[in-house]
Design a protein around this ligand. Sequence first.
Ligand SMILES: C[S@@+](CC[C@H](N)C(=O)[O-])C[C@H]1O[C@@H](n2cnc3c(N)ncnc32)[C@H](O)[C@@H]1O
Length: 218
Amino acid sequence: MGGREDEFEPSALGTKEHWDATYEQELKIFKESGDAGEIWFGEESMARLIRWIEKQKIPLDSSVLDIGTGNGVLLVELAKSGYTNLTGIDYSLSAVQLSKNVIEKEGLPHVKLQVKDILNPSDELSDFQICIDKGTFDAISLNPENAAEKRKRYVKTLNRVLRPGGFFLITSCNWTREELCKEFSEGFLLLEELPTPTFCFGGRTGNTVTALVFQQKT
Ligand SMILES: C[S@@+](CC[C@H](N)C(=O)[O-])C[C@H]1O[C@@H](n2cnc3c(N)ncnc32)[C@H](O)[C@@H]1O
């Protein structure tokens, strides 16, 4: 998912058809081989989020929502770290089927999984202490149909889904820290930037991935 501008070149990665086909294929592979498939931004991206959550000494039964959970592996890691009130949503039925299979295999039946579009969620999706997004806002930003409007709707929904003072942890490869602060300025304050690997090119140093923690304004 490349790009540095306010608007990105639309891409198949922004469509539900793409994710349905991807996870249908990954579900087949999981059933054949037990391989849960791609971990977006790698294992370290999960460890970094969990380290931050653990550092806050947030109670283990705090409600956590993984937005666009994909194969659900982040939820598995959170459950293994002791968190007990976990929900994952994805608008792709095949992603939810895959994550259900992955989570069942790990023997973690209490994790809740739902087919839901974060841009159009039902009212019962509310009052979360923590919302996590790893690659989903990036995907939405690549939608071929009015991505700018969809990004605005995402921020509005997130404000509704999080409880006042709740935390929003986002990992992105499309947006810089400054751009994300602008995108989420409506209702959110930047609390912390989590260190991510840096690269050096042509004498300039940069990050390929941005990981930020926002807190909802009370
Ligand atoms: C780049 S993948 C990341 C998956 C997972 N978070 C991870 O880190 O492996 C983006 C995910 O967002 C989901 N997604 C995209 N738009 C969505 C929406 N509007 N509502 C819910 N899920 C969405 C896709 O189906 C896909 O699972």
